[in-house]
Design a protein around this ligand. Sequence first.
Ligand SMILES: *Cc1c(COP(=O)(O)O)cnc(C)c1O
Length: 362
Amino acid sequence: MQRVFNFGAGPSMMPLPVLEEIQRDLVNYKGKGLSVMEMSHRTPVYEAIIEDAEATLRRIMNIPEDYAVLFLQGGASLQFSMLAMNLAKRGQTMDYAVTGQFAKKAFEEGKRWGNAVAVTDSGADHYRYIPKIAPHQLHEDAAFLHITVNNTIFGTAYNTLPETGAIPLVGDMSSIILGKEYEVRKFGLIYAGAQKNMGPAGLTVVIVRRDLIPEEIDPIVPTMMQYKIMAKNGSMYNTPPTFPIYVAGLMYHWVEDQGGVKELERLNMKKAELLYDTIYRSEIFKAAAEPADRSPMNVTFTLRDEALTKDFLQMAEGRQMVNLKGHRVVGGCRASIYNAMPMEGVERLVECMLDFEKGKRK
Ligand SMILES: *Cc1c(COP(=O)(O)O)cnc(C)c1O
């Protein structure tokens, strides 16, 4: 069977060489006589897998030594609660930039724990842009400023990070991690669900400056939700998501083989530019995000009317391009073009858009 170009936002397309390596090693991992899925996490073979995944991620993201890397479960969504409970004292002020649906969810979870404040909110404008944050908007006693670095649903991204001074910046990078280079040092904490750009669902990566991990924590915080416990146990306080971590490790090596994050960023920018240029020039497709804040990963666009959208999606599907339907809150279309989407996929999409438009003009 021929593989399709999968433009889904997540779980999303993975590189074929990675899938093939998994397939080769699936039933008998490197001659050990068993699958990674069947291995105890407390064996030298598996320990080598998780250590290599961490070491490779550290290399490709240039993660400084004073940052811990945690491999957790619960999705990016659990981090909405976990980061608040660990970085803020109960009742403390926490600043949030509400720039999309996930940002809003993070903010709502923050409210359960402390004085979560939305320092900015572009909801009234359908989250079409990223509002600038001036330093004076932040609260002096805030535990952090939380931003969603790439807004997967609305197709916007922070192309420059806000200056937060002494206040730690916390970034949800679920849909842009490894797709664009960001300096880890600019953040106090970075988190990301794996299923966008790092492999299968079931794994969440947290990168946190060690001095932000509290020694003392409110005893109401469940053990499983304490960074200190997870860090102390090398993400193996309990059984970690062994298979997704293994696959993430393969993805990190793949990124390195492609020339690293910088090279993938270069390709991603080219892919995005081609697609956005096509949309900007079109008379029937319309970009959903403001150009200055457009996402290089999730390209959101609408058509003149909903009926046309359906026709277009159908045409694209006929050409082996799937999951282009926009999120239900935005409508229209969304092309998620993460690292694994080759230029060829974007070129095919553009060709389809041009053909569709030609057909409608007559
Ligand atoms: C997908 C996504 C989430 C939710 O991730 P889960 O792993 O499903 O909890 C959160 N934030 C962003 C930016 C996302 O893209």
